[in-house]
Design a protein. Structure first.
Ligand SMILES: [Zn+2]
Length: 89
């Protein structure tokens, strides 16, 4: 059965400070430096979560400090390659 999350509000979100290598996360690709950063743990651990909804997110990139507004369609699921606040996956 597909598992999904529907986001339906405006969120101010913070990047997760440290990622577990091999863990799956939900986040964004920074519009300035293109690095991925995570805002949520991906609860299925598989990267196959279905994300939907009209939400928007205001987030600050932990790599370059660029603040950006992102929509739910811009959420990406990625697997952390190494420790630290970001991944280039
Ligand atoms: Zn950035």
């Amino acid at each position: 059965m597909p598992q999904g999350i529907r986001f339906t509000a405006v969120f101010n979100v913070s990047a997760l400070p440290a990622l577990i290598p091999g863990g799956w996360y939900i986040g964004f690709a920074c519009k300035q430096c293109r690095q991925h950063f995570a805002i949520l743990h991906e609860p299925t651990g598989t990267g196959t979560l279905e994300i939907s909804g009209p939400a928007s997110f205001s987030a600050t990139c932990p790599n370059c400090d660029a603040r950006g507004d992102y929509s739910a369609t811009e959420l990406v699921q990625f697997q952390a390659a190494q420790g630290g606040p970001s991944s280039t996956a």
